[in-house]
Design a protein around this ligand. Structure first.
Ligand SMILES: Cc1ncc(C[n+]2csc(CCOP(=O)(O)OP(=O)(O)O)c2C)c(N)n1
Length: 663
C-alpha cells in the first residue's frame, strides 16, 4: 500500500516534536510547518544516495533556517542515511550526531553548517556557482557529468538578514538557474508576528533581483509544492524562489501559528494533543514500516548514482585525462608537482630579493600559480585593483560563461559565505579579497569556515596604518589580533616576497581550515635570510637575524620586520645584541613543538614585539615584563611615513623599548 503524503509529513512532525521534547530544547515549529514542503522535495525530487552521501553529482540541500535541524535529521533518518533512531533520541546531547544546529562532518548528509541565519542561502549560492563552473569546465557533449540542483529552505529570519540581499542579488545577476529556494512564509519569528518588523514584498524583491518567483503556494499542499518545484526546475535561466504559505507548528492544536511553537518544546500535554489531532497513534520514536518504506530513498539513490557512474565511465573512456583531473579536483588534491613548483617559487623569491608591497608579491605569486592551479577560484569585493587578486590567467565569470575570477561586487559577507559554499561543494579552492578592515563585515562567514574546517583563502590587503591617507576608517588596528582569536583560522602577515610565497603555499596545502593572508599596501624592504631561516618560514615564526649573546628578542610581523632589523642594527652599534624573530603566523608558530618554540624564543631572554596593531595580543609572547610597540587607538589620515613616525614606529622608539626591558 502506498503511504500517504500526510503520513510521510506526520512522521517528520512526530520525530521533531518528540526529539525536541526529549531534549527539552530545540525548535519544533519550523519542521512541523515545513513537513509537507519536505515531502514534496525529498520524496519526489531530491537526487541523492543515502548510502553514499559524498556522491559527486548529488543534489545539494541546504537548511538555511538551521534552527529547524530536526527537520533535516528526520529526513536523513527516514530516507536511509546512517543516522539511527538512537541519535534522534539523543538530539542536542554531548557527542550525538544530532547537534542543536546542523553541522557538516558530524551528520552524514548535512552539506553545510547552518544556524547563523542568512548564511545558508549564501552557501547555497556558492554551491550553485561551483556546480555551474564545474559543469562549464568538465561537461562534454552528451556527457553532463556535472548536472545537479542546489535546493535551500529558508525562513523569514534568513530573508531579514542583510546577507540574503547580497547573495541573492548576485545569484540573480549570475542567472544561477539550478538554484531553487523554498521560502517558509509563516509570518512568525521569535518575537512574534513578523508583520511588526518585516513587511517586504518578498516576491517583488526577488523579481527585482532577476529571480523566477513562484508566489503564494500552499505550503501544506504537497502536490502544489511539487508542481512549483517542477516549474522551478523548468526555469533554467534564473534561480527560483518558491514562496510557501505555511503555519508554524502545524498540527499542534494550541501552539500552531504562534511563536510559542518556534523555539521551545511543546510540552508533554501539547505533544499528546498534537498526536491526537494529527492522528499519529505511535509511541515516541516509533515509525511504522510502511512509513519507512515510503521514505526510503536508498534504492532510487543507488539507481541514480549507478546511472551517473555509467556516464562517468563513458566519460573516462573518451576523456581519460579530464576524468582524472575531475577526480583530483573533487578529492581536493593539489597537482602532483605542486611541491616542486612552490619550492621553485620560494627559491626564486629568495634569489630575487625584491622589495615590494606584499600585496604585489601576492599578485606575482598568483601569476605563477594560477595557470597551474585551475581549482583556484578568485575574486574580490570590488577591490580587485587594490587587493591585486587578479592575474593574467584570470578569466572573469559572467552570466554566460565560466571562468576562474568573480567580481563579487561590494558584498564582503556574501563573498565569504559564498566561498564557504564553493569549498563545501568541492572542485575549487576559493580565494577572495577585500581590505583587512572590512573583514569585520564578513566575520561570521570566516568563523563558519573555521568551524567547518574548510579550505578558504582570504586576501586581506591594506593591513595597517601603513595604508596612509584613507584614514582611520580604513586602517585596521585590532583586526590581525582579532582574526587570530578565531579557533582554526590561520593568519599570516608576511614581511616580504618570500614570506608571502610561503603563506600562499601553506594556505593552499592546508586542507582542514581557512587562512587569512594579510598584505601591505606599501612597499616593504626585502629581508635577507639564511638558507636555514628560509626553511623555517613555514613554521610561522623563526630567527630571522641572530646575534651572539643576545640580550633580548625582538619579534615583528609584516611591515614592521624591517623596523625591527633597523633597531637591531642601532642596538648592535651600542653593544646591545638582540635577536630578531619574524613571526608571520602566530597561529602556525603556536602549533610547533615546544623545543622549536623555546629555541626561537628562549625563556631567559626579555622580549619586545613590534606590530602596527593592538598591543594586548602580544602579551602572550612578551609577558608582563616585556614591551610591545603597537597602536592602541584608531589611526589618522596622513601619508604612511608620517603616521609611522607619529605613532612611534621608528627604529629609535623600538630601540628604546628594547632598552626598557634589558637589565
Ligand atoms: C544571525 C542570527 N541571528 C539570530 C538568530 C537567532 N534566531 C534563531 S531562529 C530566529 C527567528 C527566525 O525566524 P524564522 O526564520 O521566521 O523562523 P521560524 O520562526 O519560522 O522558525 C532567530 C532570531 C540566529 N540563529 N542567527
Amino acid at each position: 500500500m502506498k503511504t500517504s503524503s500526510t503520513e510521510l509529513a506526520n512522521a517528520i512532525r512526530a520525530l521533531s516534536m518528540d526529539a525536541v521534547q526529549a531534549a527539552n530544547s530545540g525548535h519544533p515549529g519550523m519542521p512541523m510547518g515545513m513537513a509537507e514542503i519536505a515531502v514534496a522535495l525529498w520524496n519526489r525530487h531530491l537526487r541523492h544516495n543515502p548510502d553514499h552521501p559524498g556522491w559527486a553529482d548529488r543534489d545539494r540541500f541546504v537548511l538555511s533556517n538551521g534552527h529547524g535541524s530536526m527537520l533535516l535529521y528526520s529526513l536523513l533518518h527516514l530516507t536511509g542515511y546512517a543516522l539511527p533512531l538512537e541519535e534522534l533520541r539523543r538530539f542536542r546531547q554531548l557527542h550525538s550526531m544530532t547537534p542543536g544546529h546542523p553541522e557538516v562532518g558530524v551528520t552524514p548528509g548535512v552539506e553545510t553548517t547552518t544556524g547563523p541565519l542568512g548564511q545558508g542561502i549564501a552557501n547555497a549560492v556558492g554551491m550553485a556557482l561551483a556546480e555551474r563552473l564545474l559543469a562549464a569546465e568538465f561537461n562534454r557533449p552528451d556527457l553532463a557529468i556535472v548536472d545537479h540542483h542546489t535546493y535551500v529552505f529558508l525562513g523569514d529570519g534568513c530573508l531579514m538578514e542583510g546577507i540574503s540581499h547580497e547573495a541573492c542579488s548576485l545569484a540573480g545577476t549570475l542567472n544561477l538557474g539550478k538554484l531553487i529556494a523554498l521560502y517558509d512564509d509563516n509570518g512568525i519569528s521569535i518575537d512574534g508576528k513578523v508583520a511588526g518588523w518585516f513587511t517586504d514584498d518578498t516576491p517583488k524583491r526577488f523579481e527585482a533581483y532577476g529571480w523566477h518567483v513562484i508566489p503564494a503556494v500552499d505550503g501544506h499542499d504537497v502536490d502544489a509544492v511539487d508542481r512549483a518545484i517542477q516549474a522551478a526546475k523548468a526555469a533554467t535561466d534564473r534561480p527560483s524562489l518558491i514562496c510557501c504559505k505555511t503555519v508554524i507548528g502545524k498540527g499542534s492544536p494550541n501552539k500552531a501559528g504562534s511563536h510559542d511553537a518556534h523555539g521551545a518544546a511543546l510540552g508533554e500535554k501539547e505533544v499528546a494533543a498534537t498526536r491526537a489531532a494529527i492522528g499519529w497513534n505511535h509511541p515516541p520514536f516509533e515509525i511504522p514500516k510502511n512509513v519507512y518504506d515510503g521514505w526510503d530513498a536508498r534504492a532510487a539513490g543507488k539507481r541514480a548514482e549507478r546511472k551517473w557512474s555509467k556516464l562517468f565511465a563513458q566519460y573516462t573512456s573518451q576523456y581519460s585525462a579530464d576524468a582524472a583531473e575531475f577526480r583530483r579536483r573533487l578529492a581536493g588534491d593539489l597537482p602532483a608537482d605542486f611541491e616542486q613548483r612552490v619550492g621553485r617559487l620560494i627559491a626564486d623569491a629568495h634569489a630575487k630579493a625584491e622589495t615590494l608591497a606584499t600585496r604585489k608579491a601576492s599578485q606575482n605569486i598568483l601569476e605563477t600559480l594560477l595557470p597551474e592551479l585551475p581549482e583556484l577560484l578568485g575574486g574580490s569585493a570590488d577591490l580587485t585593483g587594490s587587493n591585486l587578486t587578479m592575474a593574467k590567467a584570470s578569466r572573469v565569470i559572467t552570466r554566460e560563461a565560466g571562468g576562474n575570477y568573480l567580481f563579487y561586487g561590494v558584498r564582503e559577507f556574501a563573498m565569504c559565505a559564498l566561498m564557504n559554499g564553493v569549498a563545501l561543494h568541492g572542485g575549487f579552492i576559493p580565494y577572495g579579497g577585500t581590505f583587512l578592515v572590512f573583514s569585520d563585515y564578513a566575520r561570521n562567514a570566516l568563523r563558519m569556515a573555521a568551524l567547518m574546517g574548510k579550505r578558504v583563502i582570504y586576501v586581506f590587503t591594506h593591513d595597517s596604518i601603513g595604508l596612509g591617507e584613507d584614514g582611520p576608517t580604513h586602517q585596521p588596528v585590532e583586526h590581525a589580533a582579532s582574526l587570530r582569536l578565531i579557533p582554526n583560522m590561520d593568519v599570516w602577515r608576511p614581511c616580504d616576497t618570500v614570506e608571502a610565497a610561503v603563506a600562499w603555499t601553506c594556505a593552499l596545502e592546508r586542507r582542514d581550515g581557512p587562512s587569512a593572508l594579510l598584505f601591505s599596501r606599501q612597499n616593504v624592504a626585502f629581508a635577507l635570510r639564511s638558507e636555514e631561516a628560509l626553511t623555517q618560514v613555514r613554521r610561522g615564526g623563526y630567527v630571522l637575524s641572530d646575534a651572539p649573546w643576545a640580550k633580548a628578542v625582538l619579534i615583528a610581523t609584516g611591515s614592521e620586520v624591517p623596523l625591527a632589523l633597523a633597531a637591531q642594527k642601532r642596538l648592535a652599534e651600542a653593544d646591545v645584541p638582540v635577536r630578531v624573530v619574524s613571526m608571520p603566523s602566530t597561529t602556525v608558530f603556536d602549533r610547533q613543538d615546544a623545543a622549536y618554540r623555546d629555541g626561537v624564543l628562549p625563556a631567559n631572554l626579555p622580549r619586545v614585539a613590534v606590530e602596527a596593531g593592538v598591543t594586548d595580543f602580544w602579551r602572550k609572547y612578551v609577558g608582563l615584563q616585556g614591551a610591545v610597540v603597537g597602536i592602541d587607538r584608531f589611526g589618522e589620515s596622513a601619508p604612511a611615513g608620517d603616521l609611522f613616525k607619529h605613532f612611534g614606529f621608528t627604529a629609535e622608539h623600538v630601540e628604546k623599548a628594547v632598552r626598557s626591558v634589558v637589565p
